[in-house]
Design a protein around this ligand. Structure first.
Ligand code: MSP
Length: 662
């Protein structure tokens, strides 16, 4: 039997985003970069896992939830769902989404703390913190002056004294420096690496890693007066998502992470704390941490508290997902700050996408359609190829060698510059060769030239399409189909791409404009209007929603219904949830796995009465915690009037476990 070829793994992450505000272009940027690298790595034959998620604990979330009049978990659920929906809308391929309020995550954090304590005794100890504290940013502030302003938000700080668990970071200085020295790739770009080294050389102080003043967090193992302070909790999410403490095989396979992508403001946590936490637990640190710059809006960092954010959806809806991706990756030199402006966005769209790539594709394909009936012509043999064809071929071959290296070293704007230089070169080639006038000629030799020129242009288009795919996957997939190429472009392997692979005689597909030109003022205005509507639902919309609610329950489409995945399950075990009269914790077999579900049926059903019973389970609900117990699905029951007594739904016939309800 042939052995399956194992692909090398590539595990990359974005930060897990705080749920105290909705996602904006800044967050979207990191996730788009991650998706681009993931697509590139897949085209290089890697088994890629991309992880993102939401950071849901801490005082800010507690505070935002209070302001919204809801429980912190409900608040977190809403924002986490916004993130998930956004990544779906933007077609960003997320392999693992970790929420820090999931039970599996709590288990992972506890395990990491335990592992550090047993592998490096004394690395975690109990002590007291006394000093200034910023309630808003949940930060201990170095400045000892009473009322000293918070270095982050400028608000006055308060004096506090509390018992904390500490992590002995001071003991890791030499090991960290040695690690930076031995692994020059660990912190990128270079300038950031130097900053971190200087900081660590300056000496490290122990870190407080628990709080007693905070309630919304993971309880300290065996001491629940404390909760684990944010960074120990948040960073561990990178391990949770690949099965740490849960799925040994998966964990062993994917760890260490190949790349943590982050914004520069959280570099210290990733490049100093994180490797030290891991060293203490005897786990290898990630291979690379890349800290990128900020998107500035009107010269300031885009952030909700400054009110200067741009939402990604209006851009994607007006100009397309690829336009958003292209702009973000082309306009910002990866690692440096960049300025966001809607005018610049629309200008780039028109010049690079509509006039550049879009025009190149439609012009080339239209000529093949017109002059060769939609069949890619045959280029002539070497002897009839002109110097220009040869120079052009050389140009493309140079790009083929260099552009993947730009991706490899995260130089996206340079990769795109080069691809667009190639597009400009084809344009020049076509202008000089003027195939349109050759086509009118009766002379056979000229017609033959026409074959070579159009084959050359189409081959360059094919190559551009493959090279630009990681950044603009949707447009390039369409051009790939229009060029009549087999299979999916995403499955093409970059290292097999060569000049000359375009097969003459291939029938091209139906052509259509990929990036239609837009009127600049109109597009900017549409983006702005949509942005405003999304930020505050307009009066008209609110009225409309109220009105439709008044007409009774609204109808949903069959597609909406199909989104609910209901399965036949069988109860394996059930027990009461301590302190909750109504709740049962149930383990239910849903066919391909056993799920833990919490159901509000304890007043009607005794645990022993339902073991073995077949029930209906909604299996694709977001996990949530009820009374601290994670529920991964919902058991369907009728709510019987007058008091809503639950009665479990079931079948008269015997139905196999795992069957889907439709
Ligand atoms: N929850 C922490 C990260 C924990 S990681 C274990 C956090 N969350 S955050 O919601 O504030 O997201 C910060 C990240 O979002 C940045 O590191 C960056 O990746 C992205 N960005 C947020 N605003 C940004 C800009 N204005 N520009 C570029 N990226 C930005 O920090």
């Amino acid at each position: 039997m042939e052995k399956p070829i194992l692909k090398p793994k590539y595990f990359l992450t974005t930060p897990i985003y705080y749920v105290n505000a909705r996602p904006h272009v800044g967050h979207t940027y990191t996730t788009i970069v991650a998706d681009t690298i993931a697509r590139y790595k897949r085209m290089r034959g890697y088994d890629v896992v991309m992880l993102t998620g939401t950071d849901e604990h801490g005082q800010k979330v507690e505070r935002s939830a209070k302001a919204a009049g809801v429980a912190p978990q409900q608040f977190a659920d809403t924002i986490a769902a916004q993130y998930q929906r956004l990544w779906e809308e933007l077609d960003l391929h997320v392999d693992r989404f970790v929420r820090t309020t999931e039970l599996r995550h709590e288990r992972a954090v506890h395990r990491l703390v335990g592992q550090a304590q047993s592998h490096t005794p004394g690395c975690i100890y109990k002590g007291h913190y006394e000093g200034q504290y910023c309630v808003f940013d949940e930060l201990y502030v170095d400045d000892p002056a009473p009322n000293a302003p918070c270095p982050d938000c400028g608000r006055p700080t308060e004096r506090i004294r509390e018992e904390n668990y500490f992590f002995r970071l001071s003991a890791f200085q030499d090991r960290l420096l040695e690690h930076y020295e031995k692994h020059p790739q660990f912190i990128q770009p270079e300038t950031r690496r130097n900053e971190v080294i200087a900081f660590v050389r300056g000496g490290l102080r122990d870190l407080s890693i628990s709080r007693t003043t905070l309630k919304w967090g993971i309880p300290w193992p065996e001491d629940d007066r404390h909760v684990i302070y944010v960074w120990y909790d948040a960073l561990t999410s990178y391990m949770t998502g690949i099965g740490y403490g849960d799925d040994e095989l998966q964990w062993e396979h994917y760890w260490p992470a190949d790349l943590h992508l982050i914004g520069k403001e959280i570099l210290r946590f990733h490049a100093v704390y994180w490797p030290a936490f891991l060293m203490a637990a005897d786990e290898p640190p990630p291979k690379t941490i890349f800290a990128h710059g900020w998107w500035l809006f009107e010269q300031e960092k885009m952030s909700k508290s400054r009110g200067n954010i741009q939402l990604p959806q209006p851009i994607a809806r007006v100009l397309g997902i690829d336009a958003l991706r292209y702009f973000l990756l082309r306009e910002m030199v990866f690692g440096q700050d960049g300025n966001f402006s809607r005018e610049a966005l629309v200008n780039r769209y028109n010049s690079d996408l509509a006039n550049g790539l879009g025009n190149f594709a439609s012009r080339t394909l239209a000529m093949i359609e017109r002059y060769f009936g939609g069949e890619i012509p045959t280029p002539l043999g070497e002897e009839k190829i002109s110097n220009r064809d040869i120079t052009f071929k050389g140009f493309v071959e140079g790009d083929l060698a260099e552009i993947p290296d730009f991706y490899e070293s995260y130089q996206f704007s340079r990769a795109l510059e080069r691809i667009w230089a190639l597009i400009a070169e084809v344009d020049k080639y076509l202008v000089i060769q003027h195939p349109w006038s050759l086509a009118e000629s009766e002379v056979t030799a000229e017609n033959e030239r026409l074959q070579t020129i159009l084959w050359t242009a189409a081959e360059a288009l094919r190559i551009v399409t493959v090279l630009a795919h990681p950044v603009i996957p949707h447009a390039t997939e369409k051009i790939w189909q229009q060029l009549g190429q087999n299979g999916k472009l995403a499955d093409q392997q970059l290292d097999q791409l060569q000049w000359g692979q375009l097969r003459p005689g291939t029938r091209i597909g139906k052509t259509e404009a990929i990036f239609p030109r837009v009127d600049k003022d109109e597009a900017v205005e549409r983006i702005e209007t949509m942005e405003q509507e999304m930020r505050q639902p307009s009066a008209a919309k609110t009225v409309a929603t109220t009105a439709s609610a008044a007409q009774g329950p609204s109808r949903i489409s069959i597609e909406d219904f199909a989104k609910v995945d209901m399965r036949v399950g069988q109860v394996k075990s059930a027990e009461r949830v301590a302190g909750a009269d109504k709740l049962l914790k149930i383990l239910v077999d849903v066919g391909d796995e056993v799920r833990q579900v919490v159901a509000g049926i304890a007043e009607v059903y005794k645990p022993e009465d339902i073991v073995g019973r077949k029930v209906i389970v909604v299996v694709n609900l977001q996990p949530r915690k009820l009374r601290g117990v994670e529920s991964n699905g919902m058991i369907v029951a009728a709510s019987v009037p007058p008091d809503g007594k639950p009665v479990l739904a079931g079948f008269l016939e015997d139905v196999p476990v795992g069957s889907r309800l439709k």
